[in-house]
Design a protein. Sequence first.
Length: 318
Amino acid sequence: MFAGVLPTFQVFLKKLQHEKPLVHLLHVEMVALVRELLSKFMKPGAIPLSIKEILRINVRSTDLQLSNKRLCVGRFGFSAMNKARVEKKIWVGNLYDSLREGYMKSAEFLLKNLPFDNNIITSLSALTPSLIQCDSVCGAFMTLGKALPNVIRPEALGQLEEEVRAYQIDDDLVLLANIYVEEDSRVDVDWWSRVAFLKNTERGVRYPTLIKLVKALLSIFTGPLVEGSFNLMDDILEADRCRMIVETYENLAIIKSTMKARNWTASTMLIDQPLRPSCLSSYQNYQLHLQKKKKSEQALKKKRMGEAIRMRNFDRRL
């Protein structure tokens, strides 16, 4: 059951462990995480969209919860639990009670500890291109500007407000926001860099104060993971988080454990007969990895070239 429920949290963590700036999505992703967790033991109609309403929910109210039959037991425990319930195993009821209690405690912990009401995190959502015409965007940028007096001086807040209002009704940007795809783009390169290059006949850069603030905000990072080294047996090997295949990991584990047992270093180790197969296998796998990486880079280059041509054609139409 644990393995079936764990992806709920893994998806949230991995989504933010990325090289590109994702701080503008942090609040949205936190809300999505809590709503997904609540959906595992609460009725869909009892889960509000607004985080303010979610925070007022009593997660222990039995009137809002699903029956044992509809309680989420994870993909791996679904068949086994259905069979046990039909066969009326005596332990089924206790297991459902424990699972429900685990869900409630997890929900209470997240609702208490995640910074849903943090005004800065909420305001960072204003960096999202699709929200360009949202009523709260101007107030959000003003909040962020006031929070960073070393970036936006108090006397420049009026200029910031004017630029944000102009940004929200900029026809060029409104059209561009309609074709911006968050999953395939970088908010810094594919959106704000374009905003920064927009010109104004009077003062050159169209939104100088806004861009100054945005540059500071985009320097806030949520990832990637910073790990000094891998523990020998504690690596997490998953396709979307590590490119090391299991065979390579096994070979490296053998090499590292042998070096540790014999008190060798990289400069003193001897590749003897027991180690030779592992070393050769690791080398071959690395060569295959380089070949795949080269093909992937060529495909990405071709894709970016197509996107550049599409954007150039779009700019010409403007």
